[in-house]
Design a protein around this ligand. Structure first.
Ligand code: FAD
Length: 492
């Protein structure tokens, strides 16, 4: 892992100061803000034309509010339009038709998320989000989209199995189809999109957020949101300095993983909010996939017979838990031991000998006929690795279960030749944002709503974390709090 240079440290400190974590002097901007000449005026001003921003825009404009979205990049969609386009929902017609979970409820869905939240979530926000989920699917259907499959997340040890259901809704047109439809509907409803415009600072009058300062190239412009400003700029995904301070797992990923969320998502809205005292919440989690085996991707994708081992040659987690939980435990083990963790397997139906040999050929795996020789190649304790393999094979042969970690798939013995490889992470974004209440109002560090300031999507917090609980959650939250914020601000 790279250590922080003095330049990076100073950059990080500046970011924190800008973020108002050292809050002195923040309110001094108000007086100068009062004399502003506005270049853009709207009833509802939205920052970020990703999933949450466009959903907010659609609702605000449909309610008759003059709505403008400022977007830093040249086009709409953000990470949302580049995503897998699958959305969690409960109690939908598609779920009734396509799964055996016709009796699923929003309540069960919320409880599942809350248990996965390890005690850190705002339960009201979670109940609110799942209660809205069926309507969001119906709304997307009204835009011409058809949900053709509903699948399920892999398991987690902390969530009660009776709360589980297949809830991950997918279309045949993917994220580009979904968010192009949302964009077109928003534009048809009257939303004005202003591209190449990076919001940089919130502007307040008498303590109320009334607009933003923004950059168009070198030019500074001012945009007003008469009824309010909705921040929809996602989390701190690509902001190295802030990740180092607020999200060590994301920071690790920026150095070591393949980070594929929209590069413009650098936490700008969160910094602007923090600069006027927004409460930063639920930071630390990431949306990570294990790159090679794609472990825990969903219940319809079984994992091959294999296990992960640490420096000591021991297993340390259930390998087919939902992917971001598996990844979190892998990351923790790697950082705890300052040593790579390895997947150990033999040829199997999912990864054949040919496929594994091709990895060896490419230098991404190593192989040996004995487990001791394999251990030597990966600098892992050989005696322990042998014991781990023997225990695995004994459990598989005798009971076909995994009493150590409750694996659900890939429960078969592992035979040589043996292979070892590093999983690596694919990072789909960071978790953590500004704490909102049920009205999407951004909360201050002292627990009051900041007048005029709203947030939605991954820039908002309270409804997801501390690890990503399964595919379709981020888009559900982005659509839910986006639509809700748009409606609420337009109605003021
Ligand atoms: C490859 C991939 C696949 C994924 N698949 C799924 C999936 O299938 N289901 C799921 O639920 N989640 C998925 N995710 C996660 C999910 O897509 C994101 O978490 C979610 O889309 C974030 O939505 P958002 O509206 O908060 O942010 P975004 O959609 O990223 O929108 C933020 C927008 O704000 C703009 N912006 C940033 N700063 C400024 C500024 N200062 N001024 C103006 N504009 C600004 C950005 O340019 C961007 O357009 C996936 C992620 C990736 C990377």
């Amino acid at each position: 892992m790279k250590s922080l240079s003095r330049k990076e440290f100073l950059k990080g400190s500046a970011a924190l100061a800008a973020a108002g974590l050292f809050s002195a002097g923040v309110s001094a901007n108000e007086a100068e803000d009062a004399a502003i000449q506005w270049d853009i005026e709207a009833d509802v001003l939205i920052i970020g034309a990703g999933g949450a921003g466009m959903c907010a825009g659609y609702e605000a404009a449909s309610a008759g509010a003059k709505t403008v979205i400022l977007e830093k990049s040249q086009t709409f969609g953000g990470t949302s339009i580049r995503s897998g386009g699958i959305i969690q929902a409960s109690g939908t017609e598609a779920q009734k038709k396509l799964t055996s979970y016709a009796d699923d409820t929003a309540e069960k869905h919320a409880q599942y998320y809350i248990q996965e939240g390890e005690g850190t979530l705002d339960e009201d926000l979670v109940y609110d989000m799942t209660a809205g989920s069926a309507d969001h699917i119906a709304w997307l259907e009204s835009l011409g989209l058809e949900f053709v499959e509903v699948t399920g997340s892999a398991h987690t040890p902390m969530a009660d199995e009776s709360l589980y259901a297949d809830r991950i809704h997918g279309t045949s047109v993917g994220a580009s189809g979904i968010f192009t439809a949302v964009h077109d509907a928003a534009e048809a409803a009257g939303v004005e999109f202003v591209y190449d415009t990076q919001a940089t600072k919130l502007i307040r009058e008498d303590g109320r957020v009334v607009g933003v300062e923004a950059l168009q190239g070198e030019k500074v412009i001012y945009a007003k949101g008469i009824k309010g400003v909705i921040i929809a700029t996602s989390s701190i995904d690509h902001n190295e300095a802030l990740c180092k301070m607020l999200n060590p797992n994301q920071y690790y990923d920026l150095q070591n993983a393949h980070c594929v969320s929209y590069p413009y998502d650098t936490g700008d809205g969160i910094i602007m909010g923090a600069a006027i005292g927004a409460q930063l919440s639920n930071f630390g989690g990431v949306i990570d996939l294990t790159g090679v085996t794609m472990a825990g991707i969903n219940r319809q994708t079984p994992m091959m017979p294999c296990f992960f081992v640490n420096k000591y040659g021991n297993r340390f987690e259930c390998e087919d838990n939902t992917y971001a939980l598996t990844s979190r435990e892998l990351w923790r083990e790697i950082t705890k031991t300052n040593h790579a963790c390895y997947t150990i397997c033999g040829p199997n139906d999912i990864m054949t000998k040919e496929a594994l040999d091709a990895m060896v050929e490419a230098g991404t795996a190593c192989t040996a006929d004995t487990i001791e020789d394999l251990a030597a190649q990966i600098d892992v304790d050989a005696a322990n690795l042998k014991l781990t393999l023997e225990r695995w094979n004994k459990d598989m042969e005798e009971t076909g279960t995994d009493p150590l970690f409750d694996r659900a798939t890939g429960l078969a013995p592992i035979n040589g030749p043996y292979y070892a490889f590093v999983e690596g992470f694919m990072n789909l974004g960071a978790i953590g944002g500004m704490k909102i209440n049920l009205n999407c109002e951004v909360q201050s560090v002292t627990g009051e709503s900041i007048p005029g300031l709203y947030a939605a999507g991954m820039a908002s917090a309270g409804w997801v974390g501390p690890f990503y609980p399964g595919s379709g959650t981020a888009l559900l939250g982005s659509i839910h709090f986006g639509r809700k914020a748009g409606r609420i601000v337009a109605a003021l």
